[in-house]
Design a protein around this ligand. Structure first.
Ligand SMILES: *Cc1c(COP(=O)(O)O)cnc(C)c1O
Length: 411
């Protein structure tokens, strides 16, 4: 505990900045609730087709207000962030169109969706072309992007802000704003889609405020606040949200259908808590960085660095240490703390992955959780914590497990 207390003293000024951001985003949410006159009747629910679901419709107005954009689709019928991204891509692209990723290879679970990895239901199988431009020194390759847009018709550009299972840095809103203004200048008709997973409420602005046409994220990450039991969102231009809604449900029915099945109150309460839960997650991430850094490990981002998302990397360069740390996180969790986490072949991922997620909601990574692919350089990706104290105690278990060399946890 002493190592944690010492680190805490060093990072006090960073916590104050996180609290300022928490207040700013709390105000944003509160104003959205008030402007839309949120009432008890909105906690009601529909079944069956889900016509006239005033709670669901109000949630979508509130999301549009929070993101300062025209429209939103917030649904439990999206089974994950990947599903929302998939539905969005299939909604926007037609045979012969080109999708361009400008943040390198997208998140692992999108490989079969796009057709980077063979799949008979991929976008590629429908005749959608795909190209990508790698990042350059942790920033966009502005020259290459400009060159490509001048020479080719690009229908959709994808920007992934959080690093996913890569070793790059996550992309700040300033960089996203800069690249969007470049794209709009050269090719105003290109649709810019942002994968916003893990980035919501980390800064004071969202990508829709700097020109992104459509933004997508998961409700079992930041904006669900640990309360939403599943679901995802897409927000942005009204004409694009309509296309996404018609792909999720039915052409001609779109947003009008989709029962909320008792989830409206949870989605609202989750959004209500999200600014505070994101702040707790950030504090745990900064604390983790400082403690592990003091113990001599390589961390990314460093404790003092400005943050773009809630993910903290620890680069172990050692498979045993990675496994030991992740197992420690599991031991420090509220649910399944007695279960030993082991590497497994997870669907949608190329390498074996070890995951600690002793969470109330399955796979929820806004709750204290940690995972890592078993490959060089053996990085732990830790994120979330519904409160600061739970994360602190979880971290304590993780570093104790890391120190504990005689324990035979290995496979
Ligand atoms: C989590 C995540 C996704 C979506 O993952 P799901 O587990 O399907 O919700 C997509 N992109 C990034 C960068 C992510 O972190």
């Amino acid at each position: 505990m002493e190592r944690i207390m010492n680190a805490e003293k060093e990072i006090k000024p960073i916590f104050e900045k996180i609290e300022e951001m928490e207040l700013q985003n709390t105000r944003k949410v509160l104003e959205a609730f008030q402007e839309n006159q949120l009432s008890e009747m909105h906690f009601s629910s529909t079944t069956g087709y889900g016509y006239n679901d005033i709670g669901r419709d109000t949630i979508e107005k509130i999301y549009a207000r929070v993101f300062k954009c025209e429209d939103a689709l917030v649904r439990s019928q999206f089974i994950s962030g990947t599903h929302a991204l998939t539905v969005t891509l299939f909604a926007l692209l037609r045979p012969g169109d080109t999708l361009l990723s400008i943040s390198g290879t997208p998140y692992d679970t999108l490989h079969e969706v796009i057709g980077i990895k063979e799949n008979k239901s991929s976008l590629k199988s429908f005749g959608v072309h795909y190209e990508e431009i790698d990042l350059k020194e942790n920033d966009f390759d502005y020259d290459q992007i400009a060159e490509t847009l001048k020479n080719k018709k690009i229908k959709v550009i994808e920007i992934q802000r959080s690093k996913g299972y890569s070793t790059r840095k996550s992309l700040s809103l300033d960089k996203v704003a800069k690249v969007i203004s470049l794209i709009k200048k050269i090719s105003p008709q290109t649709i810019i889609m942002v994968d916003n997973c893990y980035c919501e409420f980390v800064s004071g602005k969202e990508p829709t405020e700097v020109g992104a046409d459509i933004v997508v994220g998961s409700l079992i990450k930041n904006l669900g606040g640990g309360i939403a039991p599943n679901g995802a969102y897409a927000v942005g231009r009204k004409d694009l949200i309509e296309l996404v809604a018609e792909r999720l449900t039915v052409p001609g029915e779109g947003k009008e259908v989709g029962p909320s099945l008792g989830m409206n109150k949870s989605i609202l309460q989750g959004l209500y808590l999200a600014p505070s839960v994101v702040a707790s997650s950030l504090k745990v991430a900064v604390l983790t960085a400082k403690v592990l850094e003091n113990m001599g490990y390589l961390v990314e981002p460093r404790a003092e660095e400005e943050r773009v998302d809630i993910v903290q990397n620890i680069i172990f360069h050692d498979a045993d240490k990675l496994i030991r740390y992740v197992q420690g996180v599991q031991k420090g969790s509220p649910v399944d703390s007695h279960v030993l986490a082991l590497p497994w072949d997870m669907p949608g991922y190329d390498n074996q992955v070890i995951m600690a997620s002793g969470s109330f909601t399955q796979g929820s990574s806004i709750e204290f959780s940690c995972d890592g692919p078993i490959r060089e350089p053996y990085i732990a990706y830790q994120q979330g914590s519904l409160t600061y104290s739970y994360g602190k105690l979880g971290l304590l278990k993780a570093i104790q497990n890391l120190d504990c060399n005689d324990e035979k946890n290995m496979i």
